[in-house]
Write a protein that binds this ligand. Structure first.
Ligand code: NI
Length: 399
């Protein structure tokens, strides 16, 4: 690839400047796409990212083995962080594209190759033009797919070593038209937690139930009672989902088993709702099955917190999208999603916003048929450039 530096462009010309160079970045995206790497193993990917950024004049540092943090300082002022995720998935690609994955069983099926390329396209432009005052930091994060990368960077001292006043990120979104962006103030993506339950009774002959403690009957009542958690224990104005996705117990029609196992998924936005689900479900389960003489062992597995966008930063980037890309670039009425994102962890430390970038009518994320839409690289990179220039000029934010 040949992404050569050239003369600086005037402010506001980012869109045409990036569009002129887009072929190089599409080629770079295809290069990433052909060589996917799994969470925390993004060695070649992070090396390529670091090499390009260093060549363009960014100060490049490693945080964790495959995390890349790039800094561009241009005088005193505020500091801004923009994050892209870089990892792929254990999925066998079925797109038939000429640049499809060359690694059997691995695929960029979530478009992180695209997110990385978008941020690199913005980085190349910003290093040449430097039309801002302050400090810009780019965070190329490993291991988003397993929900561990953001936490690993934060634990390794991200915000202490590389302080930022606010942080932004994006995800492509199939179903939203390409070129449109979705902005959500407040809760934008759900917290996801899991509960595993093992209900123990006393096995016996199916014809002699009075000599057994039937865990299937006890569990059935507990599942019915669970339906009351959302309707009776959660504020009706809040969102919560409780789903029993797996239940296993018994083998034969004439045998009462000793145990039943269940797996639940929980979704919520508000921290207090999440805490209520965590406390209420084990309590209810144990008490209902106890009424039948059975015992429940309940194991709660904490997953991702919800992505909760701060209002001011979301209004700012929305206003920047309107000003830079036009009012049609904003998807009106874009609703919060029930999927999850480990960007949530950053927002526990700093204000910021997670943006949805329309990917058009592609197959779903994590599908072997999924295709990232290269048409969104230029507008999304333009949005990052405009955000950096606006956030770091120190102008009042009227968004
Ligand atoms: Ni993703």
């Amino acid at each position: 690839m040949n992404i050569a530096a050239s003369v600086a462009t005037p402010a506001g010309a980012a869109r045409s400047d990036i569009a002129e160079r887009i072929a190089d970045f599409v080629a770079l995206r295809h290069e990433f796409h052909a060589s996917p790497e799994l969470a925390f193993r993004e060695k070649a990917t992070s090396l390529r990212i670091a090499d390009l950024l260093a060549r363009w004049g960014w100060r490049v540092e490693r945080l964790t083995e495959t995390g890349v943090i790039a800094t561009l300082e241009n005088g005193p002022g505020r500091s801004l962080g923009i994050r892209a995720d870089i990892d792929a998935l254990p999925i066998a690609e079925a797109t038939g594209l000429p640049f499809a994955s060359r690694v059997p069983g691995l695929m960029h099926a979530c478009g992180h190759d695209g997110h990385t390329t978008i941020l690199l396209a913005a980085a190349e432009h910003l290093a040449r033009t430097r039309n801002f005052t302050g400090t810009l930091r780019l965070i190329f994060q490993p291991a988003e797919e397993i929900g561990a990368g953001a936490r690993a960077l934060i634990d390794a001292g991200l915000f202490e070593r590389f302080p930022v006043d606010a942080i932004f990120g994006l995800h492509n979104w199939p179903g939203l038209p390409a070129g449109q962006f979705g902005f959500v103030e407040g809760p934008a993506m759900a917290a996801v937690d899991k509960i595993d339950v093992r209900v123990r009774g006393k096995g016996g002959h199916g014809a002699e139930p009075h000599l057994a403690i039937d865990p299937i009957v006890a569990t059935s009542h507990a599942i019915a009672a669970l339906q009351s958690v959302v309707s009776r224990n959660i504020d009706p104005r809040e969102m919560a989902v409780v789903t029993v996705g797996s239940i296993h117990g018994g083998e034969a029609s004439n045998v009462i088993p000793a145990e039943v196992e269940l797996k639940l998924t929980l979704r919520s936005y508000a921290p207090e709702v999440r805490a209520r689900l965590r406390d209420r479900i084990p309590d209810l389960f144990r008490n209902v099955v106890a009424g039948f003489g059975a015992e429940a062992q309940v194991d709660y597995h904490e997953g991702f917190p919800a992505v909760i966008n701060s209002v001011a930063e979301t209004r700012l980037i929305r206003a920047i999208a309107v000003g830079t890309l036009g009012p049609d670039a904003v998807a009106e009425g874009f609703r919060p999603r029930t999927a999850s994102e480990d960007f949530a962890f950053y927002l526990h430390h700093r204000p910021g916003s997670f943006v949805f970038a329309g990917n058009g009518d592609s197959a779903a994320l994590h599908s072997p048929e999924y295709r990232f839409n290269d048409d969104i690289i230029a507008p999304a990179a333009t949005l990052w450039v405009a955000l950096a220039e606006r956030f770091l000029t120190g102008e009042p934010q009227n968004g």
